[in-house]
Design a protein around this ligand. Sequence first.
Ligand code: HEM
Length: 550
Amino acid sequence: APVASSHKTLFSSSVWTELDGISIDDSEGKNRFPMYWYGAAVTSCVLCLALATGLSPRRRENESGKRSRSGIAAYLRKHLKSWEYMISGPDVIQTGYDKSNGKPYEVVTPDTRLVFVSSPEQIDELNKVPDSILSLQAAANKMLQPRYTMHGFSWFDQRGTEGIGFERALRTLLTNHLPFIIPELGRVVRIHFSELQQQQPLVNGERQTRVYPMMKKLVVLANAYSFLGDELYKNEAFRAAALTFVDQTIYGAEFMRILPNALKPIAGAIMERYFHCDQKVFDALLPHVEQRLQERDMRKKGSDIPVRNDCIEWIIETSPKKNPWSAQRVVWEILAIWFGSVHSLSITASNAIFNLCQHPEYVAPLRAELDSDYADFLGTGDGLPLLDSFLKESARLSPVETMSTRRAALKPYTFSDGTQLGEGDWAVTPVFAIMRDSRHYPNPLEFSGFRFVDPAILEKTFIPLDAQGSMQPEPSNFDTLDHTYKIWGTGRMACMNSPGRVYASAALKVIIGEIIIKYKCKLLDPEARTYMTWRSTMLPKSSTTVVFST
Ligand code: HEM
């Protein structure tokens, strides 16, 4: 786990061993496009692009203005450094943080200049800058390349241009509906985990489970159940495409992002030929959305058609009244939420399982809490402070992303301390480095699963004091937003300003709770690395295998 050693040696895993042999395919298994071909294609593009951006005399002349030998050497150094970020981004970000002493610092990447801000005041300032200047949407557009990965979706760089219906849809309606979702979610997770478990290879009498691929399947089932209604949840072809769509978006977006603009239309056409899960998901969702829009219109005319309780309905209900969204626009919105929710939840759940295997001393107290309080939790969606803290600690030391709060500058911006952002630069926060800073966390590299629990609650447990580990000065919940814990982002744009993270926290408690109640787990190879890195992302390795036994 990343916690065990110093950050210098943490992030040297190779992305290619991870990709080797894994296939992205469509739901029926046709058009297989092995990931090692994909890996080779990306490697070639990376090299071409490195050469194009790093060695092009024209660029050199434009940027330095002269062609002196030392200028060329400095320029090459800068470009090599920018490519170092791609392979060991978390290290590069951490090194910048260690040297910056709380001040802003820059990291230049092959396609973007990043300016990291970490002080609460500057993060606050960042949050107050209008969306017309610093935009999360513009950063997301660049990061996810939705035009190519989400069936032609292109959201406006400036937030709110077409309304932000999903915000109330998820904030109010999903949150209000959680008490109805959670009890059933427990049953859905229990049944499907057991089914998926039975499909894993049996070796010497033990089922060997590759955790990350299995968690993606489980989260697809859980989210389809929670967000999309019964019909889509039960539609196997839809679920298969919706699962592959997530992988396709991750790898496809990266591929498009590193390509020069001139090559994008050709690459886009190739992607459409081989990777069309976005279209499948789109085509599966469209008739459902069209039907809901018809039902809405009929209700307006007085028909007595009941309103259904799911995300499709809520997004329609809260979409702008003035220029109502088309069915296509609603589907795009669902695709974006689908990607974000499955991607981040499956990673966070996988890492929590790895941490459970690596820290087995937490199993007994967590199981005791679940034995006494899980039924209440399922009824209310609230409670389980020990599990809550364990999940929070797991995400602190193994977050999905080592940077957060991405805001792309639509116009140049100067912070009050004089730090400048040019058009296209991103302001970001070094979330992982902040969460491993000893000024915010006693013994920051130690995994202390109950550090966020209220000491009064911990006192009532039978966990010996010396086994309780380091504690935070103030207790807090997993879904709490504060400047030392930024996995949910910042301020008004933080993960759905509550429901995304409230649902995420509850769904994670269900998934990990169901596992702890029923299974023992151990890593097949406790020494093997459990994650890989690319840019600032830390992805669980698909090959990491856990043995779950009853
Ligand atoms: C462990 C799981 C999750 C993590 C770590 C996570 C993290 C984040 C982060 C970092 C942001 C950007 C905030 C910013 O830049 O300030 C974000 C935004 C968002 N998240 Fe999540 N998220 C998670 C789960 C979910 C789930 C389950 C949903 C859906 C129910 C969701 C829906 C959204 C949406 C719609 C936004 C955009 C917010 C906006 O533009 O106002 N997230 N999330």
